[in-house]
Design a protein around this ligand. Structure first.
Ligand SMILES: NC(=O)C1=CN([C@@H]2O[C@H](COP(=O)(O)OP(=O)(O)OC[C@H]3O[C@@H](n4cnc5c(N)ncnc54)[C@H](O)[C@@H]3O)[C@@H](O)[C@H]2O)C=CC1
Ligand SMILES: CC(=O)[C@H](N)C(=O)O
Length: 383
């Protein structure tokens, strides 16, 4: 039995398909349907919802929400992104959120609110009360920790995403969600992995990120949601701890080098993975969000910088700390995940479309990380 609502929906769909078929001049054909017809999550978008209001005037800075819900810290990337965006748009225009009490320095650095991405009403309230026009959805369980708790990863990475997509579509919010090298799998090309290829990941993290890419693009074509997504390599940062991923070794090695000059690596010496320094990653994120719509030929882009193995990283480290020692105690789970991921990302579309350019290669990365940890200074004193 077809309901009146369904009849109306099919009528509109027919009209829109006909309409787009006629407009051959447009290279990007969107089927923008009213949001009453959203049906992916359990949330009905109410007819009176304010989804037709403009998200923001280009003349005024966006009002930004970052979801970085965290069990322990505030996420490796969320706090860094907040710092960058606050410099660009003003402290009070960027709201960091979490389900945990923030440490004092984060709390005092700018606006902070409680937001649980699994609570749709809570998210909606924040978006309305703070007039949010851009949302960066960073909450996720990463690859290794996701395999250790599949049902939580499924909930946070998939159900949480559905809430975020619905709220962003309802209130006309520009949405950024990061994807990852983990969205590729053993049958994807590895050297390099192009933007469009087979994606059959074998982790819940990877599956949820492919789902993110597809759902975001679906909402873009179907409802006009301004969804933007970058596939990040492993991200290396000095001032935060990694959150349970396969590429974590490339962050932990610097903490170990600074502390005792030795490191036990949980991946094999020859495991090559794409990596990026955090400031490049955050800059790329801001650049793709600010890119004019007509520059984006896709909604999900690979971004790349460098690619190295643990042994190559250790060799570069020894240029600064000659006594540094690396040993290997391979974790079979992480090793299997790493072997299913690309060795290099092909990011030529990002470079061509919106001018992506990385700033840090391996030597600059190592020098910067070591100077942050004070290692170069120590070596200089010893010499
Ligand atoms: N750090 C990296 O190397 C890369 C990160 N990304 C993506 O960037 C985003 C941010 O990554 P990171 O800052 O590294 O992640 P992170 O793991 O440091 O922080 C994310 C936080 O979200 C938490 N979380 C989310 N929802 C939760 C809930 N309902 N209950 C409890 N905890 C919850 C996690 O526990 C974690 O603390 C993620 O979407 C990730 O997939 C993508 C590629 C590489
Ligand atoms: C590359 C990622 O997405 C993350 N760092 C992980 O290793 O899970």
């Amino acid at each position: 039995m077809v309901s009146e609502e369904q009849m109306l929906f099919f009528g509109m769909l027919k009209q829109l398909v006909g309409g787009t078929a006629q407009s051959k001049a447009s290279s990007c054909r969107k089927l923008v349907l009213p949001l009453q017809f959203l049906g992916t999550s359990q949330h009905r978008i109410t007819a009176e919802a304010n989804f037709h209001s403009a998200s923001f005037s280009e003349a005024e800075p966006p009002r930004v929400l970052i979801t970085a819900v965290s069990l322990g810290g505030l996420g490796q990337l969320g706090v860094g992104l907040a710092n960058l965006l606050r410099k660009r748009f003003g402290k009070d225009n960027v709201i960091l959120s979490d389900i945990r009490k923030p440490p004092a320095h984060v709390f005092h650095s700018g606006p902070f609110v409680y937001a649980n991405i699994l609570d749709y009403k809570n998210l909606r309230e924040i978006v309305v009360n703070h007039r949010i026009s851009w949302l960066f959805h960073y909450s996720a369980l990463l690859s290794a920790v996701g395999e250790a708790n599949v049902s939580l990863a499924r909930d946070v990475n998939i159900n949480g995403l559905h809430n975020v997509l619905d709220v962003a579509a309802e209130y006309n919010v520009r949405l950024f969600v990061p994807s990852t090298i983990g969205a590729f799998g053993p049958t994807s090309p590895r050297n390099p992995a192009p933007d469009l290829c087979i994606q059959r990941p074998r982790t819940i993290y990877g599956v949820s990120k492919v789902h993110t890419e597809l759902m975001g693009e679906y909402y873009y074509y179907r409802y006009g949601l301004d969804f933007r997504c970058l596939r990040y390599p492993g991200i290396i940062s000095a001032d935060s701890q990694p959150g349970g991923g396969t590429t974590d070794y490339a962050v932990q090695i610097f903490h170990a080098a600074a502390k005792n000059g030795t490191f036990e690596c949980n991946l094999e010496a020859s495991t090559r993975l794409p990596m990026m320094y955090i400031s490049d990653c955050l800059r790329a994120t801001l650049e793709v969000m600010e890119a004019p719509e007509e520059r984006l030929s896709m909604r999900t882009y690979n971004i790349g910088a460098m690619s190295f193995t643990p042994e190559e990283l250790a060799q570069e480290l020894r240029k600064h700390a000659p006594d540094f020692q690396i040993t290997y105690c391979v974790d079979p789970l992480r090793q299997a995940i790493a072997e299913s991921w690309p060795m290099i990302l092909d990011d030529s579309n990002a470079r061509k479309d919106w001018g992506w350019k990385h700033g840090f290669d391996l030597p600059e990365l190592v020098a910067t990380m070591l100077s942050f940890h004070g290692v170069s200074a120590r070596v200089a004193q010893v010499n």
